[in-house]
Design a protein around this ligand. Structure first.
Ligand code: NAD
Length: 492
């Protein structure tokens, strides 16, 4: 009988079958199997960490100049671009996002590698002027050692590169644990880093269960930093472990982002922006604009237009051109999304559009869910407060700025917000009062690698991206040079 080939994983610089539990990558559009793997085992983690530590401490890696590390990242960037179509297709199979979105993620990953190559090339130490004339001081940045990177399934290649690129640029070694559902793009990245000449052992990709493999990485004494993107509950748990070890964490967590449409906004653009903000990626985005606040004077008109747009969106097979919304990651997640909509109905919410899977029999095998708009729920309801991570928007009217801000900020999350307004001064004033890490004014869900990203409140800790993003993977050493021939003069 034909036995399917087991996809090898990348442990300590070698491609081999993991020694952990079986793991399957499935196409969310129809449940077909993309690849069968064996996850990493705890022994595999041990081996990878020990090798990573040795490789990171090796004289050869320590001696690499910034432009040598930058050159590796630049080659990875070129390789990503030259294989963009293959990588986008792979990612679409792995997580079900439409090809247009996965192409953008590959381009974003390539840009991230280039950006951190440049950040590494241009990073300078500091020469503070001492407050005393008999010595001089300088301060240099050094790598941390072995970094554990843990990622979710919704934008794998982009979120993985956002961790690997700055960590390698800074001179660290990285152990990457991708999400259970999406191991393939991460393994492909390992291939590209190997091809680009990253010395053996500096990167391992260890798919597996978070509670087993992720946790083994976080708890390992040789791992000196955790960079995590995922849910707030998991992030909090990992932060506790890291606190015990006294190591740093970068945490990119969940969100329940408000979008605000002011009375003077360009409604056509605002409605498109709101639809894009919540329904692209099927709402499986940390920054999904999942709460909508509309000035009461235009509330009914906005909802009417929004429902029209939601009905027109093409929900379908993610490999077909022109599709706006693909399937959710898996059936279990679709059931979770559906249960929130049922809860909204039970609590008196009115489902204006969507609220069920599509009827199209061609989509019956995939975990699809229709773009959904709900109104009539109070701000404190579960559906207005909890992250659903699906194509579900809750809409509420507002009367004045004070009540708007009270409601928009009434959330444990603080990742992002959107404002649609013709008055930039008023919009900026509003932006300053929103308790979130990113505000988009008259646009939404746009990204630049040069702009720091991260959450307020329970949406995270620390910032990724931006020139200073590399510093999250470094520690600072200050050196004093005595200039006085009798520097101490204590027991003369
Ligand atoms: P999740 O927290 O369940 O899992 C994320 C990763 O953590 C996975 O690789 C998982 O295997 C691992 N993990 C789980 N338990 C672990 C443990 N005990 N120890 C170590 N690792 C563990 O999140 P998810 O469901 O995969 O992703 C969705 C969540 O991610 C949403 O909350 C979303 O908002 C968030 N997210 C945030 C950002 C951001 O930048 N702020 C970006 C994307 C996704």
């Amino acid at each position: 009988m034909h036995k399917p080939r087991i996809q090898p994983i990348f442990i300590a610089g070698e491609w081999r079958t993991g020694r952990g539990a079986p793991l399957i990558s499935q196409f969310p559009a129809d449940g077909s199997v993309n690849a069968e793997l064996r996850a990493a085992s705890v022994e595999d983690v041990e081996e990878a960490v020990v090798m990573a530590d040795a490789a990171q401490r090796s004289a050869a890696w320590r001696a690499t100049l910034p432009h040598q590390r930058a050159a590796i990242l630049a080659r990875v960037s070129d390789l990503l671009l030259s294989r963009a179509e293959e990588l986008a297709a792979l990612q679409t199979r792995d997580n079900g996002k439409p090809l247009a979105e996965t192409r953008a993620l590959v381009a974003s990953a390539a840009g991230t590698a280039r950006y951190f190559a440049a950040a590494c090339e241009t990073l300078e130490g500091e020469l503070p002027t001492p407050r005393n004339g008999d010595f001089m001081t300088f301060s240099q940045y050094e790598p941390l050692g072995v970094v554990g990177a843990i990622t979710p399934w919704n934008s794998p290649i982009a979120s993985e590169m956002q961790k690997i690129a700055p960590a390698i640029a800074a001179g660290n070694a990285v152990l990457l644990k991708p999400a259970e559902a999406t191991p393939l793009a991460a393994l492909k990245l390992a291939e590209l880093f190997q091809e680009a000449g990253l010395p053996q052992g500096l990167l391992s990709v260890l798919p597996g269960r978070g509670s087993v493999i992720g946790e083994a990485i976080v708890r390992h004494p040789l791992v000196r930093k955790i960079s995590f993107t995922g849910g707030t509950t998991t992030g909090r748990h990992l932060a506790h472990i890291a606190a015990d070890k006294l190591i740093g964490t970068s945490l990119e967590l969940g969100g329940k982002s408000p979008t605000i449409i002011c009375a003077d906004a360009n409604l056509e653009q605002a409605v498109k922006g709101v639809a894009y903000g919540i329904f692209s990626s099927g709402g499986q985005a940390c920054i999904a604009g999942s709460r909508l606040f509309v000035h009461r004077s235009i509330y009914q008109s906005v909802l009417k237009q929004l429902c029209q747009v939601a009905r027109q969106l093409r929900v379908g097979h993610p490999e077909k051109p022109g599709i706006h919304v693909g399937p959710l990651i898996n059936e279990r997640h679709r059931e979770q999304v559906a249960s929130y909509v049922e809860r909204a109905r039970a609590e008196g919410g009115r489902v204006l559009v969507g609220g069920c899977p599509p009827e199209d029999s061609a989509l019956a095998d995939g975990s699809y869910y229709l773009p959904t708009v709900i109104e009539g729920l109070p701000n404190h309801s579960v559906v207005c407060q909890e992250e659903i991570f699906g194509p579900v928007l809750v809409a509420q009217p507002f009367d004045d700025e004070a009540s708007l801000l009270a409601q928009a900020n009434d959330s444990v999350y603080g990742l992002a917000a959107g404002i649609w307004s013709a008055d930039y001064r008023a919009a900026l004033k509003l932006a300053e009062q929103l308790e979130v890490g990113t505000v988009w004014i008259n646009t939404y869900k746009k990204f630049s690698i040069s702009t720091p990203f991260g959450g307020y409140k329970e949406s995270g800790l620390g910032r990724e991206k931006g020139r200073r993003g590399i510093l999250a993977y470094m520690q600072q050493k200050s050196i004093y040079l005595g200039l006085d021939p009798n520097p101490i003069g204590w027991c003369d």
